[in-house]
Design a protein around this ligand. Structure first.
Ligand SMILES: [Zn+2]
Ligand SMILES: [Zn+2]
Length: 251
């Protein structure tokens, strides 16, 4: 696979995300750019981003053209929405093959994201949409092949529960304060979703009341330093299926 920007071969490096998972990032030793799988930049800690972006590129000159996705050959436009400041450029494949960051842009993006979250925390201003700080999620392709079997096997029991977990991205928890978190996740197909708390709270919150692929819930009034457990309930083909449980703790 070649670099979207300078078209030299990319090499793979392994990184750990904030939820402890290992992912591969494609790195260009020539221009210092990085191609990340969709949504992954949202999960990196600022330290990991700093580490990734500490690469010293061989070349400081590269064509000033729009990057090309090495997987599908489409040009990758810059993301223009609230999640990316105007001073930072994040290129995104229109077919959702990933996000490309030129040298230093990943660290700048993470610093901007962290500052915005910190601002909301500090001023106690609720952040109404996680997509004000997160790179937008489109569709998660790695789960696509699982889908036909899920639709067929929707029934009861443990099996359904496991498969419901497979069609979701791991929910991303964004703490806004010690009493407010944002829970965001995506589904392969549009689905109605809700979140059922089973520990720390006993309440079910509707998340998407019409079928959507990006889901976001802001939960307020939580207790500081408390463990919460919840399930995500998806409605697929009119039948509700629940995921296995997820947990988070408030700061
Ligand atoms: Zn390059
Ligand atoms: Zn692509």
């Amino acid at each position: 696979m070649d670099c979207p920007q300078c078209h030299q071969p990319l090499s793979a490096i392994e990184i750990e995300t904030s939820d402890g998972q290992i992912h591969s990032v494609a790195e260009c030793l020539n221009c210092g750019g990085h191609l990340l799988e969709p949504y992954l930049a949202n999960f990196l800690t600022i330290e990991t981003a700093r580490n990734i972006d500490s690469i010293i590129p061989k070349s400081h000159t590269f064509p000033a053209t729009t990057p090309i996705c090495p997987k599908c050959g489409q040009t990758m436009p810059g993301i223009k929405d609230d999640s990316v400041p105007q001073t930072v450029t994040v290129y995104n494949c229109p077919n959702n093959h990933g996000d490309f960051f030129s040298k230093n842009q990943l660290l700048l993006f993470k610093q901007a994201q962290q500052s915005k979250i910190y601002y909301h925390k500090l001023w106690g201003i609720p952040l109404r949409s996680a997509f004000a700080v997160l790179i937008p999620i489109l569709v998660i392709f790695s789960f696509a092949t699982l889908l036909p079997s899920i639709i067929r096997q929707v029934g009861t029991s443990q099996e359904t529960r496991t498969k419901a977990s497979e069609i979701l991205t791991s929910p991303l928890i964004t703490p806004i304060s010690s009493t407010q978190v944002l829970i965001s996740f995506s589904t392969q197909r549009p689905a109605k979703t809700s979140i059922r708390f089973i520990e720390g709270l006993t309440q079910t919150y509707p998340v998407s009341t019409t079928p959507e692929t990006n889901h976001l819930l802001s939960v307020e009034g939580l207790l500081p330093g408390t463990l919460y457990k919840y399930l995500i309930v998806l409605e697929i083909g009119g039948k509700p299926v629940a995921t296995s449980e997820y947990t988070f703790s408030t700061p």
